[in-house]
Ligand binder design. Sequence first.
Ligand code: ZN
Length: 606
Amino acid sequence: MNRDTVSPAVRYRIVPARPEAHVYEVTCTVEHPDPQGQRVALPAWIPGSYMIREFARHVLSISARSAGKSVPVSKVDKHTWRAAPADGAITLCYEIYAWDLSVRGAHLDRTHGFFNGACVFLRVLGSERSECELEIARPRGTRYRGWRLATAMRQQRADTQGFGIYEAADYEELIDHPVEMGTFDFARFTACGVPHEIAITGRHRADLPRLARDLKRVCEQHIRLFGEPAPMERYLFLVTAVGEGYGGLEHRASTALLCSRDDLPQPGTRKVTDRYRTFLGLCSHEYFHAWNVKRIKPAAFSPYDLDRENYTRLLWAFEGITSYYDDLALVRSGVITREQYLELLGRSITSLLRAPGRRRQTLVDSSFDAWIKYYRQDENSPNAIVSYYGKGSLVALCLDLFIRQRTSARKSLDDVMRALWRQHGLTGEGVDEEELELVAEEVTGLALKRQFDAWLRSTAELPLAKLLAAHGVRMATRPAESAADKGGKPAGPDADPARPGFGVRSRPEGKDALLTHVLDQSPAQQAGLSAGDVIVAVDGLRLRDGALDAALAARRAGERVRIHAFRRDELHEFEAVLGRAGQDTCFVEAAPGASRLREKWLGARR
Ligand code: ZN
């Protein structure tokens, strides 16, 4: 088709019309509307974030016109509208309220605009496969003169700052390219010949050249794992730096990230801080998704049904395997040290050990119920669910180590991922629920059913210690040293091995401690305490700074303590018998001596 003479059948125009009111104005023109009356809808959810969000909530007004005349629009259900039949092209005009500063939403104020297409672009029912054109306009007024625009969407014609006409092959692509506009900073690098950009919005003083250097190594590691050429022509990291925040959402040629400005590398230091390591892990995670979930997709997402939940038991693979490779790529590319990687691994195992829900929910059930459980966590979640990210990444580790051990490192999970890429990523054919297990068996020549049954479909503990030991890595557990102890390191010199266990998570609320979670079968639960209770005193003494941990630290297992706490506005007294702190804190370290399998696993550069 000659794009100069034939307009796409569906055209959009978005204007950041009233930044001070957080309102975008959008028009959607349908060249050949349904003669029965054109129906349009906003998605109920955004791919990558498995929760019903009902973006239609943010539509403030909607109207339609055809040939200069107004066309009646009526609502059909919570996210669908129908315009009355019209003879020619029809244009829907609507306003969207945008005040959600998350990677899943749309946001607009006088400092910047950000949107995901799923929040702002109506889906023209029956024309989802049609090519789309999008015009993105600059806000009116002199204060916005310096704004520019960043998106990975294909540009048709735009001004030097990026405002203008973009195009997408279909609706699914249109909503897979988030857009940022404002006065952000840019950094650029090339990875395996592919241009990459980082756009950072928000106040920050990041060392951009260093970030570009580190990300280049990570991206090249991922590209080489799957094999060149990379599946995208260019790639964009859209970063929003705030005071406190964390999140990422994957797209086919970009990712939207939210981080704390302290997570970014600071000038004048070469150190990889804990926070920077976490940020690099987040970038690595979303980048790996460009293969694993954006192109190698569950059959349940091929195509996405944007009206309702899309159920799959495979999120453990799409999120868990991605979570395994995100940190692994950091050590394999040399951005972090082996010790730093093993510390992260120890922390992941610690998180799993601290969730009693791992004995209740299997990984496949966690995937299936993501919509109502993982994404809608409450005070009982640690007791009720297991994370398909956390446990999923450890199952990926077990699978990788098991394959390496049984094949003397001739095969690994890398080979399984490459086979999935060839068979599903390059072909676009969705992955059926059992397919991944069959591919793993075929590629490795191993019978893996027993392992998959135990690791995915039962709540049995994973054989982590054994598999790590076979790879020259020692795993040990110990009690937590304090509430802030995330694991990953051996006990410090001042650790108290007889520290008592109480079984709660809390946060300070003034002088008091608010219980956020009470773990199943714990001394606190047996004493009758509940999440939401506010502890004010232990043994008749007022807490200091909400530090429940400190108030109990000097006690011993078996001791009785009297707790005063408010439940709503009623004061209650509880008597608890302290237990032993559980062996729920893990650290892993390289065992002395050389290990061929360990070198192959952690140093496997290709
Ligand atoms: Zn993910």
